[in-house]
Design a protein. Sequence first.
Length: 81
Amino acid sequence: MDLTRQLKINDVEGEHDHYVQVHCELRYSPQASLRDLGSFDAWFFHDADGNLDIWTASLSVHLELLQDLEPVEISLYEEAI
């Protein structure tokens, strides 16, 4: 699982310079139940009139299987976009 937060970086004048994504990857031991989840992406943008509660609820189906599992590896890194 890759939890990602995208941040806007401004220059000294306050103008947009670039974006940075901060990733927290949680890796689990291979299991059939996790493979069955497949691939899933969900982005939320506060300025896009989305409903945070509905978006959060849509994630719960994908996160339920992970509640009782412990990651075998955690990786934190930053990526310039």
